[in-house]
Design a protein around this ligand. Sequence first.
Ligand code: HEM
Length: 371
Amino acid sequence: MALGPDSDPLAALRKLRSDHGSVFTKSRGEIYVSDPVLAKEILANNDDLFREHSDFFRIRTGMFAPRSAQVEIGRTARVLLRRHIADHAHELPAIVAGLTPSSDWPDAGNRLVYEHFRPALIGDAPSAALRETVDQVVERAVLAGARDRWSWLARHRFRTRVSRTLCAELAVRRARRRAEPADLLDVVALAAAEGTPDPDLAEVFLSCLFAVAGSVGFLLGWSIYLVGTAESEPVHPSWVVREALRLWPVAWQFGRTPNREHRLAAVTAKPGDEVVVCSYLVHRDPSHWSEPDEFRPGRWASGAGQEAFIPFGWGPHACTGAGVATTVAETLVGLITSAYRLDVAAPSSRPQVSAALAPPRFHLRLEPVSA
Ligand code: HEM
């Protein structure tokens, strides 16, 4: 199905599901899956029906390897970020107090999360060149819609410059071989197998940056947007964050390639096809969720429906940063909603759809609750 520039890709997918059922062909060779049980089977890949794949570790030349290095990066990144949260949680109230009374989102959320995690990403005392480069990646590539503001040539030149700076830094980190990683650059450098090219490591580091500043920032943005536009009184931050992840999963589709021909419900999947597990559709499955399109954070009081909830993927490649992401988002939502009344003004309620599902642009006015 061809989609025009003004079309709504999510509405188009919902229509295809309602017309054709929970497994359907969107375009030639592109099979969408929205059935929760099937979605988990595909991601678990117990019968080896799909090629080994992780969106996080996908790089320009294919898949970052070996798997043992992927696992080590996932594990040590989680440990490092958890330690960062434990050591720096006391700084969050001051960061929230520093929010201006009026700000533009979701960018403000991405920047806030990035500021908090910058030392965990590039260290306490990065060189001016490293700091400036990574700050610019956030502004030019992580923020929603930022890439579209640059020409192909400008993006190409910028990518080359970023890769050069990161490779130089990674070479230093690899030579130094610290016993314990001090930041995510070390995490990537220390887990790398000998002979892994530095540009591959630079790409994996950028995946970490996109996960932290991009995905966690968007999750915060969605949570604030939903609280600010809801009729109801603020509720428990963990319910808000889970409901934001259900309604608007930042990682909204994960592609897999069949190893051999097999059936997916009524559809035949063949090598060369792309099977897309769509968390956005799984999370709105009416047989698992009552009023699936409504923001109802109270539904999480009972925990019902969890079997149709895959915001962090499933199986061997499920997100290792899930706990970190939800903890930070919940803390920030709690701090913001307890200190301020939120007034959200959004010119459009349409999400910004790309590889990630980002909130619509909105303007946030904060009024201190004690005023
Ligand atoms: C709201 C924030 C986040 C969301 C929605 C998210 C979502 C996901 C999803 C859906 C996957 C599975 C991809 C697939 O199966 O192809 C994944 C994998 C992964 N995520 Fe996250 N992520 C988030 C934050 C983070 C953070 C903060 C980190 C820490 C660096 C992280 C590290 C990883 C890693 C290492 C993997 C690959 C696991 C593997 O293949 O073994 N994520 N993430």
